[in-house]
Every structure is written in C-alpha cells, then in structure tokens.
Design a protein around this ligand. Structure first.
Ligand code: SF4
Ligand code: SF4
Length: 661
C-alpha cells in the first residue's frame, strides 16, 4: 500500500482488486470453506467459554506486563539469552542489525512474523546489505514478489498456483510445473540451501513464558560446528506503542489479539478486496485498528471507513475484542484529529436538528417529482450521486411520512394487552411507511396500544458510522427525551439496526448526560419479530398472500447485534410461506449505511453475492427485518432484474385486507 494514499486512490485500488477474477474466486471459495471448517473444528467445543478464557488470560498478561516482563528477563538471562528492549520500530531494527554486525552475519533466514512485517525489518536489513530469506512458503513467495502478506496466517492467499509457477520459473530460470506438490518441492530445494548457508535466524514468538524464560526454546543450543560452544540467542521485546495501548481503558483489549486471522476470514469486505485492500500491514478488522496505532492515522484514515459494521469479526474473534466498536472509535478519533469532512459534519448538524432534517426530507419529496415517474423509485439518480452509485434502484421519499399517517392508523384500544411506542427510524418514517402501516394493522388486531412520539429522530447510527460521535450522542439523548414521559411497556422498532444501536450503543454514548435514563430507555427497546413472538404471541398472526418459497436475509444487527435468529423464521412459517434456508443467510448484504455510499463497488459486489445465493436457493420472495437491507436488496434485485421480490417481515404477516408494497 502506498503511504498517505488519498481516498480516491484507495478506492481506485479497491476497484482494481474487484476486477481481479482470480482473487474474487479464491476469496469466495475460502470464505465458504472456512465457515464449514470452522463449524466442524469447533463443534465439540464451548467456543464462548474458550474465547472468554483466552480474553481473560491475555487481559491479565497485559495488566501485569511489567511484572511478567521482568520475571521473563531474569529467567531468560539465566538461560543465557541476551534480552533487548526496543521502544520503537526503528530501535528494534537497529538492535537486530547490530546483532548481525557483531556476529558477522551476512545471510539471514527468517520464519514468519507479523511483528517483523510491522517494523519493516526485512527492508531495514536489506538496506544494510544483508541477505534475508523468508522460510514460510507464503512469506517467501510474497517476499520475492516484493509485496506484503495479504493474510496474517496465509500470506499468499491472493495468488494462484499459475502466478507462483511463473515466479518460481523466473527464480530458478527453469520452467516449473503448476502442480502444487511440485511447486512445494521447488521451494524446499531452494530454501534448503539457504538454511545451510545461513549465519543467523530470526523468528517471531507467539508466547513468552515468564516462569521459565521460554519462547519455544529456552536458551541457546549447542553449536555442532564448534563443539562445547553455544550459539547466541537474543530476544527483542518491541513496544512500538503497545504500553500506551495497554493503558487505554477502551483500546487495551486490542492486545488480546492472538493474530489468528479469523476476523478477516469472515469479513465481507475482505472477501471482496483481499488483504492488500483491507489492511496496511495487519489486515482485516484488527488491521483497521492497529494501523492507526502502529503506522499512523494517515495510513488508517481510509481503511477505517471500509467497514459495513456487520459484526461478523466480533462474533468469531478469539480474543473477544469488540472490533466494530473500536473501528468506529478510531474513525471518530481520526476525524477529531485531522478535521471532520464537510459531508459528515453537515449530515451530523442536519440530523441533530430534527425539524430541519424533516423539513429537508419533505422538500426533497416534492423536488424529486421530475426524477421519480409513476413508480415508487427514482428513475435516475440525482446529481449528488456518481455513476458508481447506480448499482441499485433507489426508492423515492414518500409523499406522506408515517408520522403524518399515524393518527389515522391507530385505534383506540380499551383494556390493551400491552402499551408500546413505535420507534420508526428515518427510513421507515420517510421512505417505507407501508412497513409500519402493516405493523399497525397487526398491533390493532392484537389490541396493543400504540404511541408515536413526534420528537423522535434518527437513531444516530448513520452519523456514528461517519465518525460523528458527538452528533450520535446528541441524537441518542434527543430520542431518550422523546420517549421518557410515556407510560409504555416497550419501545418497538421494525428496524434491526435502530434496535441494536438503541440497545447496545446509546447507553454508553450518552452515559455522561443521561445516566440511568439511558438504560431505562434501552431496556424497553425490542425488535418487531421478537415482540410479535414473545410478547403478543404468535397465534395472532396470519399470512396475507399465496404461499411462496421464501428466503430470509438476517440483518447483521439482528442476528449478531441482538442475537435474534429464530423469531423472524417462525413468523415466516406462521404466515404460510415456505421458509427456504440459504447458505449465507447471516452474511451482510453490503448496505452498511454510509459504507454503500462511500464504497459503492464493494457494496455492489457483496450485494451480488447475496442475491446469487438467494437465487440459487430457488426462493422468489426474500424477507428481512431492516429497512436499510430492504433498500439494498430490493434496489439490487430490481437493477439486476432478478426474479426475487424483497419485503419487510411486517408485510408478509399483516392481516388480510391491508395494503402492501
Ligand atoms: S464489522 Fe464486518 S465489515 Fe467491519 S471489519 Fe468486521 S467483519 Fe469486516
Ligand atoms: S479474530 Fe480477534 S484474535 Fe483473531 S486476528 Fe482478529 S482480532 Fe486478532
């Protein structure tokens, strides 16, 4: 990756990666195979308990690092190891180069080490005239190609065997077969010479055991050439900002990472663009965060935006790290440090002013008439969009938002079964009011008393995704105040993203202003499918159309954000439709709020995969529980002329007689 790349240059690089058919296929095959192998490998294990244990052990080591380090040094020195402490990358490089000089080493072999990549050790040593050879096959391949690893565990995953055969043919000056076993033999033959000739070996260490001073060996071994003499063993401990991270109450968890690479393996963006697109040195979710600390904000500022906030990384992280939360935090920090872009600053200011925001939406609804035509969609994109954004058909803003319809939709309920307030979110209020109308019919039928506080506004997630943390806090507070006087049992929302944000993030965001009020508010928030199933009871529901083969797209914020997996499917079954399980039901659709606007080509790639998967299942109806996902999936299905109709869950279970879109 180029230093200090502009956003445009970064996007161009991603577009090139998207055009790389081999990369696309390799990443896809890997993502699908990884999911199955992971399930099989961990089927007998209690993964939640294991992750908690790993996280606790690592957190404890971080907390006691000074004590553990001094004990390690004591033991290691007793075992004849020379221990060095390097506070910066440069100092670590200097120490290692000095050891090479003192030992008259010219040829170095190196095993795989991400820390060595972090400090650009090879380049440093090569600049000193030393020959460094990577001995991990993947690392050796990328070293010869003069590029960095594209995965922390599988460095050359982006390359085909044909590319490797060409490379090996160049290196050996002899044509090489593309068979993998033959290529491995070529590598063995080449590397064996390097082992024999080496003066010095370098490796990273996954674990250091302070009780014994052990890495994977304890102390230098006997030198076979000079009998009775021992080899030298040096250990370089690198700080490079880690102690500062350890003292940060929020970011200390970053040090719980065990560099397993799982956060990349499940990331929908990594799957599209590979590690050179989603990383600087460290790749995947953890790379988006550590780049800021180890390689500076200039190298992190584009990367941190390239995240759909799908939460897949957090769900598999062996170190129990809240990766999406930290990515958003880094994004906000970078904007505070470098200045907020006009676009996000303006959006934050507009959203914070509910009256202004809603007036603008109403004005836009009138202004869009010439681009709208007779359908509920925009015929062509307004000027603020570029042609890249044309990958999905966009819906028009409604003529009459839900807030203007509510009074005519509510029924006066005597002896209600339950009292609720609806949280609509901006998209359902101003774009898809019919989704809320369908729910209202159901609530009325179930004798639920419904309120709709008009002071409610955007949930704040879109601005949080754009690095505008203060605006997200202000919106959280406005919403808490909008609902606080109501005598209600639940705050029901039909948007999984709003529900997850209001429940999981708002209390932390507004804690300093709202204290307990925030927790009382978020405790009442419940998503539609769970409310219908668990509160008013599934027997109140009936379907409203002829049964169809129906796939479900589980919004990321529903299945991972809220941990709700079965409620929507139970409702599909109750509606009389035939639920069809798709392979990637819980994989992101590529919407991600501002993500799809910032990275339209990546968003399109993720969306296309999702639609392929639904089409493969034979379903012609696709149901979901988030208006953002509806916008993405329906817009994509229409644009790509797929035989897939996309609906919100509320629209397939409304009582007959209600209208549906
Ligand atoms: S939240 Fe999703 S898109 Fe973002 S880094 Fe994690 S897996 Fe990737
Ligand atoms: S999944 Fe967690 S432990 Fe594994 S590399 Fe990513 S951040 Fe580190």
């Amino acid at each position: 990756m180029k230093e200090n790349e502009s956003f445009k240059e970064y996007k161009d690089r991603l577009d090139n990666a998207l055009k790389n058919d081999f990369l696309r296929t390799a990443m896809d095959n890997f993502a699908v195979a990884y999911r199955t192998s992971r399930l099989n490998a961990f089927s007998e294990m209690d993964m939640d308990a294991t992750v908690k244990e790993v996280a606790a052990v690592k957190a404890n080591a971080v907390k006691n690092i000074d004590h553990l380090l001094s004990r390690f040094i004591l033991k290691a020195e007793k075992a004849g190891i020379k221990v060095h402490l390097a506070d910066t990358a440069e100092n670590a490089n200097k120490i290692i180069a000095q050891i090479a000089e003192q030992t008259h080493s010219k040829k170095i072999i190196k095993s795989k080490s991400m820390t060595a990549e972090e400090i650009h050790l090879n380049q440093w040593l090569e600049n000193k005239g030393l020959e460094v050879t990577e001995t991990d096959l993947g690392e050796w391949i990328v070293q010869m190609r003069k590029e960095g690893p594209s995965h922390m565990v599988m460095p050359a995953i982006h390359l085909s065997r044909y590319q490797v055969a060409d490379l090996f043919s160049d290196v050996t000056k002899k044509h090489q077969d593309v068979k993998i076993e033959k290529l491995v033999k070529v590598a063995r033959r080449q590397l064996r010479k390097k082992y024999i000739e080496a003066d010095m070996g370098i490796t990273g260490a996954n674990f250091a055991i302070s009780e014994t001073g052990t890495m994977w060996i304890t102390g230098p071994s006997e030198c076979k050439i000079t009998k009775g003499k021992k080899r030298q063993m040096h250990i370089v401990f690198l700080d490079n900002g880690r102690k500062k991270i350890a003292q940060d109450p929020l970011f200390a968890q970053v040090l719980q990472c065990i560099r397993c690479g799982a956060c990349a393996n499940v990331c929908p963006v990594y799957r599209m663009v590979g590690g050179h697109g989603l990383g600087y040195i460290y790749i995947g979710a953890i790379g988006l965060i550590t780049t800021y600390f180890f390689h500076g904000r200039e190298n992190a500022k584009n990367l941190v935006q390239n995240c759909t906030n799908c939460g897949a990384c957090k769900a598999v992280c062996a170190g129990g790290i809240d990766l999406p939360g930290l990515i958003k935090e880094i994004h906000a920090r970078i904007q505070d440090e470098l200045g907020h872009p006009l676009k996000s600053l303006l959006l934050g200011k507009v959203l914070k002013n509910r009256k202004l925001f809603h007036t603008l939406l109403r004005t836009a609804s009138l202004a869009q008439k010439h681009v709208r035509g007779a359908t509920p969609y925009l015929r062509h994109l307004p000027m603020i969009f570029s042609k890249d954004h044309n990958f999905r058909v966009l819906p028009a803003i409604t003529d009459k938002p839900f807030r203007d319809r509510f009074e005519t939709l509510r029924s006066k309920v005597k002896n209600p079964t339950c009292k609720i307030a609806l949280f609509s979110g901006c998209v359902q209020d101003f774009v898809y009011p019919e989704q809320l109308e369908a729910a209202m019919a159901l609530f009325n039928q179930a004798k639920v008393q419904v309120e709709f506080p008009l002071d409610q506004s955007c949930c704040g997630l879109p601005v949080l995704m754009m690095g505008e943390k203060q605006a997200a806090k202000d919106l959280g507070l406005q919403n808490i105040n909008a609902f606080k006087e109501l005598n209600i049992d639940y705050i029901v929302t039909l948007c999984a993203s709003c529900a997850s944000h209001l429940k999981n993030h708002v209390p932390d965001l507004v804690e300093e202003y709202a204290g307990n009020k925030a927790a009382q508010f978020s405790d009442k928030v419940i998503v539609f499918s769970q409310f219908i199933n668990k509160v008013i009871g599934i027997e109140h529901i009936r379907g409203n159309s002829i049964p169809r083969k129906t796939a479900f797209h589980s919004p990321c914020h529903l299945c991972r954000g809220l941990g709700i997996k079965d409620d929507p499917k139970k409702l599909i079954a109750k509606s009389g439709h035939e639920y069809i399980k798709t392979d990637e039901e819980e994989t992101c659709c590529g919407f991600g709020g501002s993500f799809s606007a910032n990275f339209p080509s990546v968003s399109k790639g993720i969306l296309t995969r999702k639609l392929d998967d639904v089409e493969k299942s034979g379903a012609d109806l696709l149901v979901t529980e988030c208006p953002g996902c509806v916008m993405q999936l329906r817009g994509g299905a229409l644009k790509q002329k797929r035989n897939i109709e996309v609906k919100h869950l509320s629209q397939i279970i409304q009582p007959s007689g209600s209208s549906s879109t």
